[in-house]
Design a protein around this ligand. Structure first.
Ligand code: NDP
Ligand code: OXD
Length: 314
């Protein structure tokens, strides 16, 4: 019977090991660095595995990322040829939808202002811009971006989506590629970034992009929400844009360096919400089931779902 290797850094591997033992239907589960005979490993389930590790397993049939993103995997230059599979799961999707809805609402409902008023014990109701006057642009309308865009539409916001290839989505305006980017940014009061980190998207959230966001919106200035990857953003540019009014506020779940260094000015910036890369945390109970379903499908000859296109990088 096939053996599964878990190689996990940055997260608590024991919680994953316990779930794999519970779900593995008698398969052997090994936790790196205890890899045993490398030839016996058929599947690797990883989060930020050490570079070069996966090249040691000659019979690997599939590599599973334990999250939706795969930049941590594809950056390994000696990655073997086995298919790389990413997580698409309702548990992860609903967590991200919740994060995006929460942060769009925090900005639309002026929570930073009410926090400041609370410190002064000031009881003042501020005019609330109705959602149908707020244009949200979701950059990256894949699995997570589409679900978030649909939720925002249900909440009454004017929503647009941006992707690499053209799409149509009921009730949501869509833009694609370089040609569509200017119009997409120019109609966005709140920019929600759910792009993957690839060679094309690295550093995309920079000053010149912020300058292209709508300046005539009802919130008094554009807002950035990034829950994609820290490598998408140039933090010095975000600080500059917040300082000169190019951006009015930001919600950042991901950072150029994680954990966010204690010296980062983001921690106590009055216009920024900071969260510790937990917009949509990978939850072992749901996601181990997901991976085991994939392995069982594969072994029944049904093929793997959500295989990553290594050329595109996502
Ligand atoms: P998908 O692969 O389903 O979607 C990616 C989207 O980005 C697609 O719409 C794709 O376009 C678009 N895209 C990719 N490259 C470009 C480009 N160069 N220009 C324009 N659009 C582009 O990914 P998911 O929705 O599942 O996940 C998105 C990202 O969210 C992950 O890669 C990960 O980095 C991040 N994430 C963060 C988490 C957190 O807790 N902060 C948790 C989970 C994920 P097209 O549709 O044309 O292919
Ligand atoms: C993911 C993440 O990619 O947690 O799933 O960031």
């Amino acid at each position: 019977m096939s053996a599964i290797l878990l190689a996990i850094t940055d997260w608590d591997p024991e919680a994953w090991l316990a779930r794999f033992h519970a779900e593995a239907n008698g398969r052997e589960v090994r936790l790196w660095p205890e890899i045993g005979d490398p030839a016996a490993i058929d599947y690797a389930c990883v989060w930020k595995q050490p570079a070069g590790l996966l090249a040691r397993f000659p019979n690997l049939k599939a590599i599973f990322s334990l999250g939706a993103g795969v930049d941590h995997l594809l950056s390994d230059r000696s990655l073997p040829a086995a298919p790389v599979v990413r997580i698409v799961d309702p548990d992860l999707t609903s967590r991200m939808t919740g994060y995006v809805a929460l942060h769009v609402l925090l900005h639309q409902r002026k929570m930073k202002l009410y926090e400041a008023q609370r410190r002064e014990r000031a009881w003042r109701d501020q005019y609330e811009v109705p959602p149908d006057q707020v244009r949200v642009g979701v950059m990256g309308v894949g699995v997570l971006g589409t679900a978030a865009a649909q939720m925002l539409r249900q909440l009454g916001f004017r929503v647009a989506g941006f992707s690499r290839s053209p799409k149509t989505m009921p009730g949501i305006e869509t833009f694609a590629g370089e040609a569509g980017m200017g119009a997409f940014l120019g109609r966005s009061d709140i920019l929600v970034c759910l792009l993957p980190l690839t060679t094309e998207t690295r550093g995309i959230l920079r000053y010149d992009l912020f300058r292209r966001l709508a300046r005539d919106g009802a919130l008094g200035g554009p807002v950035l929400i990034n829950a994609g990857r820290g490598g998408l953003q140039v933090e010095a540019d975000i600080l500059r844009a917040l300082g000169d009014g190019t951006l009015a506020a930001a919600s950042l779940d991901v950072f150029e360096h994680e954990p966010l260094p204690p010296t980062s000015p983001m921690w106590d910036h009055p216009k920024v919400y900071v969260t510790p890369h937990n917009a949509a945390s990978s939850e072992p109970r749901a996601l181990v089931k997901n991976v085991m379903n994939q392995i069982e499908r594969f072994e029944r000859g049904l093929g793997l779902e959500h295989i990553v296109d290594r050329t595109l990088g996502y």
